[in-house]
Structure formats: C-alpha cells, structure tokens
Write a protein that binds this ligand. Structure first.
Ligand SMILES: *[C@@H]1O[C@H](CO)[C@@H](O)[C@H](O)[C@H]1NC(C)=O
Ligand SMILES: *[C@@H]1O[C@H](CO)[C@@H](O)[C@H](O)[C@H]1NC(C)=O
Ligand SMILES: *[C@@H]1O[C@H](CO)[C@@H](O)[C@H](O)[C@H]1NC(C)=O
Ligand SMILES: *[C@@H]1O[C@H](CO)[C@@H](O)[C@H](O)[C@H]1NC(C)=O
Length: 395
C-alpha cells in the first residue's frame, strides 16, 4: 500500500521536469551577460530574432528589475544546488547587488509610472537576504509610495498609463505591482498600502474578467465618476480577445493576493483565470501570444514568457490549494505547470542564443516577436528553483 502511494505521487512529479531546467548553460549564459555590466549601465530586455543577442535598455525601463532579480535567483540556485548549479565559484549575490545599483536613482525619480512594482523585485529579494539593508528599504518604500499616489478612490484602482483626466486606464498587468505595497506595509506598518492593494484587486475582479474567465487587457474608467467607459486591448489581438501574458499576470496576481490575505475570493479568482488559461492551450501544447489570435497563417506565434510566467503562477496557485486542504486541486495545477514547462522547453530552448529561451512575443501589434525575453528567462529559472525548493525535482 505504501509503495503504491509513493509510485502514484512522487515519480510522476519527478519524471516530468525537463532536464534543460538545470542545464549548466543556465548559469553559463547568465554569467556571460552579468560579468561585465555596460558602463553606463544598461539592462537586457529582449533579444533580436535571428542570433539571439540581447538588446540593452536604459535603467528607466519597466523591465530593468528582471535581470538583477535573475542574479538573485542564481544566488538562490547556488544555495539549493551547490556545485551542481552550473558554474564554479561565482558571487551571484555581489553581481545582483552591483546590477541593482544601476536602478537606485529610480527610487526618487522614475518614468515608468505604475511599473514600480517590477522595478522593486531585486530590492525585495535583497530584503529576504538582509532585512536591514537601508538602500533596499528606502527603494521599496519609495516605489510603494509612488504607486499609492496613483490610486484613485473613486475608481478604486491604481492608475496605469498617464492619460489626461478624465481618462483613467488600468491594465491587468497591474495585479503584479501590488506585492510592493504589501512589502512596504511590512516595513513601515502603514496599512493604507494594503487597503489600496485590496481595493485594486477587488475592482479588477469586478471589471477586468469576462464570464468565461478570460480577461481584457485595458479597462478605461472615468476618473471623476469611477464608471467604466471602455474595455479594450493594447497588446492583444482584439478588444474581445485574451492576451496570454496578461492572463498569466492575473493568475499570479490573484494567487499572490490569496497568499497575502487568505481571502477566499482571491483563490476563486485565481482558479477562474487559471482554468481559462489551461483550457485554452491548444492540443500542440504551445501557449499562443493571444488565445484568440488566428491560427492561420501557421505557426501562430507563441509567447514563451507567458508560458514560464504561467508555470510560476500555477505553482503558486497549487501551494495555495494546499493551504485550504485541497490536495486534488494542488496536484491538478502542478500537473499543468509541468506540462506547460515541458512543452515550452521543447519549443523554445536555444543553446546557441544568449537568452535561454526563444519564441517570446514582446508586443505582436508592434511586430516585436520571436525573441528571447528577460522576464521569460527569469521565470524559467525561478520555476526550477521553486520546484527544487518544493522537493519536486533535483538539480
Ligand atoms: C544593499 O542593497 C543594495 C540594493 O539592493 C545593494 O546595491 C547594496 O550593495 C546592498 N548593500 C549591502 C551592504 O549589502
Ligand atoms: C501611509 O501611506 C499612504 C499612501 O502612501 C500615505 O498617504 C500616508 O500618509 C501614509 N501614512 C503614514 C502615517 O505615513
Ligand atoms: C519558434 O521560434 C522558431 C525560431 O526562432 C520559429 O521558427 C518558430 O516558428 C517559432 N514557433 C512558434 C510557435 O512561435
Ligand atoms: C480544489 O481545487 C480545484 C481546482 O482549483 C477546484 O476545482 C475545486 O473546487 C477545489 N475543491 C475544493 C473542495 O475547494
């Protein structure tokens, strides 16, 4: 009997992790990009579509937190995997701190507006290692204050893009920015930050999600009345479609809201969004850039970053199911995380590129596709670390 249970649960999980997840190439490639930061500092965001070389961007870009955060993930991997993490004796923490330094001026003046949550990622990681680091504390508090300033009580959301009043635009991506409010609340004891996060999440449940569990990318509100004036897309296929990366930001965001509050409505919402996501992946297993984009001409572009982000989101959701005693649900989401991970690795793993993965769609309407993407790689590495930490794989 005991043997039977072991066979049922453990080997199933272990067998399905793609070996590339812990390939030495992961550490080798990240190190190659990290070891000589450009001067003045610039950050990788995406690659070209042919040779896979990184394109570099100035610090004041919404994605610049991801590469330093990747270095913190490599530090975590070194601790989890020891010598098997891929390269010899590298001080990943030092590299992470060095690259974060390039972001520091943004704590006082950033042009990225609502995306301060993404910028805060490496500082939040720093605080897990050294909760007393004053630079990281200042950065997190300042990013949270900047986001809180964008909150409109009438609308019940933080503002995304800076359009002139009364036009007030909110994108589903913003569910990812709420975490910085909770981290800053922990540091400062200021509960207003938490209240703002909860209000934003509740307003988003009311207006951003369709009956089928898909999401709109952009909701426009009237900043004076708080009423919805338009539901549309920016980066998706059409106003009625579901952009896959937005959907994945939403799953992660609501699973994280449940982690932060334990409110059942956030678990239910994460489930709804996740159910849409996994039921709309076609039989070839490839996460498309938009679930409603036409399949002709083939191949319909994938978005590997939506896939690796969804893997992390589903693993978090799986953990949340365990907190309510739902082991069936936990196994269900975990199985989907594994199959998405396997399928995207088969499609997009590129040993010869500077990025780990190809087949990212940065912005299809802007014809920016078939690239590596810094956050796609970040979530790929993080998925490996999470699985190792959960005891579901070895390095
Ligand atoms: C504190 O954190 C910042 C930003 O993450 C980093 O650049 C700096 O090196 C850290 N300082 C110490 C003493 O560890
Ligand atoms: C708490 O945070 C909010 C939002 O940033 C701010 O308006 C308020 O002044 C803060 N309260 C205190 C006591 O610092
Ligand atoms: C994946 O990328 C390769 C080359 O980068 C391309 O040939 C292929 O069509 C892409 N597939 C999808 C589904 O995007
Ligand atoms: C367990 O999780 C699954 C998947 O999220 C869900 O469909 C089911 O309703 C959950 N069961 C309970 C008892 O909450």
């Amino acid at each position: 009997m005991r043997k039977f249970i072991t066979v049922l649960v453990l080997p199933l999980a272990l067998a399905t992790v793609p070996p590339e997840l812990f390939s030495p190439l992961v550490a080798q490639k990240v190190l190659a990009t990290a070891k000589t930061p450009p001067s003045p500092i610039q950050f990788p965001q995406y690659t070209d579509a042919t040779a896979g070389n990184w394109l570099l961007f100035n610090p004041d870009t919404w994605t610049t937190g991801f590469f330093p955060a990747t270095l913190y993930e490599m530090n975590r991997r070194q601790k989890l995997c020891g010598a098997k993490h891929g390269v010899g004796d590298v001080d990943w923490l030092k590299l992470g701190r060095t690259w974060s330094t390039g972001e520091i001026p943004l704590e006082t003046k950033t042009g990225v507006g609502h995306d301060v949550g993404f910028l805060s990622f490496p500082f939040v990681e720093e605080l897990k290692i050294n909760p007393g680091n004053g630079t990281a504390i200042t950065a997190v508090k300042a990013f949270a204050t900047a986001l809180a300033k964008r909150f409109n009580a009438k609308v019940g959301c933080t503002r995304s893009w800076d359009s002139p009043d009364p036009n007030f635009q909110v994108i589903i991506d913003n569910m990812m920015n709420l975490e910085v409010l909770f981290v800053a609340e922990e540091i400062s004891g200021n509960h207003t930050l938490r209240d703002i996060a909860i209000k934003h999440a509740d307003t988003t449940i009311a207006n951003h999600i369709r009956p089928d569990g898909g999401t709109w990318h952009v909701i426009e509100y009237d900043s004076n009345t708080g009423l919805v004036t338009k539901k549309r897309t920016a980066q998706g296929f059409s106003d009625d479609s579901t952009w896959s990366r937005g959907q994945a930001w939403g799953i992660y965001g609501y699973a994280n809201m449940h982690l932060r509050t334990n409110f059942p409505r956030y678990l239910e919402t994460a489930r709804r969004l996740a159910t849409y996501f996994v039921s709309n992946i076609p039989s070839d297993g490839i996460v498309p850039w938009d679930f409603n984009a036409p399949t002709i001409p083939a191949p319909r572009p994938a978005d590997s970053s939506a896939a690796t982000l969804a893997v992390n989101a589903l693993l978090l959701l799986s953990q949340r199911e365990l907190t309510v005693g739902n082991s069936t649900g936990a196994q269900f989401w975990r199985d989907h995380a594994f199959s998405i991970l396997r399928d995207i690795t088969n499609l997009a793993w590129r040993p010869e590129w500077k990025s780990l993965l190809s087949n990212g769609t940065v912005n299809l309407p802007a014809n920016n596709k078939l690239t590596g993407i810094v956050y796609g790689d970040y979530y790929f590495i993080r998925a490996g670390n999470e699985l190792k930490e959960l005891g579901l794989t070895s390095c």
